[in-house]
Design a protein around this ligand. Sequence first.
Ligand code: F3S
Length: 762
Amino acid sequence: TVIRMQIETTPDLVSKVYAKITENITKYRKLVNRPLTLTEKILVGHLDDIESAKDLEPGKSYSFLRPDRVALQDVTGQMVILQFMQSGLKRSTLPTTVHCDHLIRAKVSGDVDIKVALDENSEVYKFLESSSRKYGIGFWKPGAGIIHQVVLENYAFPGGLMIGTDSHTPNAGGLGMLAVGVGGLDATEVMAGFPWELLYPKRIGIHLKGELNGWVAPKDVILYVAWKLTVSGGTNAIVEYFGPGTKSISCTGKATITNMGAEIGATCSVFPYDEKMEVYLKSTNRGQIAELANRYQDILVADPEVEQNPEKYFDKVIEIDLSSLEPYIAGPHTPDLARPISKLAEDVKENKYLDTISVALIGSCTNSSYEDMTRAASVAEQAKSHGIHVQIPLLVTPGSEQIRATIERDGQMHTLNEIGATVLANACGPCIGQWNRPEIKAGEPNTIVTSFNRNFPGRNDGRRETMAFMGSPELIVALALGGKLSFNPLKDTLKGSDGKDFKLEPPKKAPEVPSKGFSNIGEIYVPPAANPDEIEVMINPTSGRLQKLEPFLKWDGKDFVELPLLLKAKGKCTTDHISPAGAWLSLRGHIDKISDNIFLGAVNAFTNDVGKGKNQLNGNTESFPVIARQYKEKGLKWIVVGDNNYGEGSSREHAAMSPRYLGCAAVIARSFARIHETNLKKQGVLALTFVNPSDYDKIQETDKISILDLSQIQPGKNVKCVLNHKDGTTDEIALKHSYNDFQIKWFKAGSALNIMREREAQ
Ligand code: F3S
């Protein structure tokens, strides 16, 4: 049908995009008269107004872009669609898909867990499917696969621009697409036909030389980069890979690398178009798109001068010789705590990490390609031939039904099963805390190893005591065979069933795509309805999972005077700390109920308590959501103070929406993570930073904070803040902000959505 054609990435659509990029680049070259990076070509090629290109300053000015598509997952997507419903529009204005991957909880095995999920989440799935059919959105059913894998297999294309309501949307950079994780409201706006606003990013170039070999995998490239740049090193930047080494990495390997660019806070990461991408496009039935990309190659790679003199065109350049890279393991608790596997045993001893591993997990959107599974199976094959099994449970999460069915057909799954692996559903599962682990007692410290992309405390199983270490799938299978974190498969031996010691060989070179093609899969996709007006969106008014939204109130034009401090967060305060996932995931479509989770993971800077602080109304120590509700009942707004890189991690808009819903007026931080800062702005919460970061230390537990002269707020101008301490003294401090004129309107209107609704009503 016509509507279905809109969802797919058709050759016609791609050729229009390429024509537009070509036209814009030609104009831009005249303006800047210098060689261009790939990042610039794609961004400039998608500008809403090419005339605005002359003013673009990386890291300073805002660009307005026209993405080619939007991807939503089943958790964040609920709120996007609920918001879209408020806009008054009849259908999404650009290709949009919904992917049911986050709500499936891992417990027994793929088949069993999917049945349970279908039952438990039936009202959410019904809502997503009915609203997708009504609003012109493609719907991928539970079990179809993880959003980023399905997008890579079906929709991503070189030179494209997409946004997705999930932080690992940059996965599509492995296929040469600029793909950015955004908050839900960004997605709603773009679906409603507004351009997408992005702080014009800086550029980080990563020059790859040599070739991966032996145990070294694409995962090691990104773990090394994360270690080198740290979790905030990519903030407001796009990471562009270039150099001869890029050609040696498969398309799906590239996707692993760009996927985890999110771990350094990068806007996204991208690889230049090459033969590996061509191979992947062809093997996923997109030969015509590959032909187009071949024809338009010059717009899908950086200009040759960039590689010759990268320092001139990137803000920062890192060089990596793939031939001398070692396998890395990162963790616990942060993805930038990486070291080569050769140093891990020493680290385990020194830091007293629990050496015995409790569970090993491979797969997820990051590492579940055909190549990954084949290399993991190659390690498993060796164990099998020596008659041994994994010493601990090994759980496998295929990225999509296409991958699952293909590795079942081609034998990798069988090999993994034979050494004791359990295959879970094609879903996020343990990667996002959807993991039922009754065998571990509450508070019991334990070590797990994964090939996932995040390892924050509480991330995988909702338990802060679990220490998660990450590496490539093949390394994780080796660790599962060794059973200990200190086991180094490159030098240590295992004991075969014959009692003899043997050393694992590096995994065999694996095919990037199956030689027989991918397996065909069944009916797991639902196109938009041909009769949308007749479709009713299914929301039960008494639902505990879904709630229609009410608009936030407009700013009343008054200064914030003597508002109580709810929380002064110490150290890392990710969106997982602000709005934890785990069991709360099921409430993402219900703003009132989910708000009972706010700041439950945040560390109180005064007491080091997690999730609780002083209630300024009664002096008691209570949990943050309980205090916030009491303030709200009394009509009191309140303030949060954050440390560095506040709000890093996922793009979860609830981390801004729930505080706003319970009365948060402003967040003042030493610095913000990009997506979260924008989310706060969009929900009408003032996002401010200290002019002098050491002023953070002046905030006291019982402070009442005033933010003054708000009617004068303007771009580039500091904001006055007075800290009223309990002993009657005060401190006046200056705060900065990054609001532009447009964003100031969001604040004044109460939210960005309020502006959108007003426009539609006109
Ligand atoms: Fe899902 Fe984990 Fe990826 S939550 S989308 S598998 S990062």
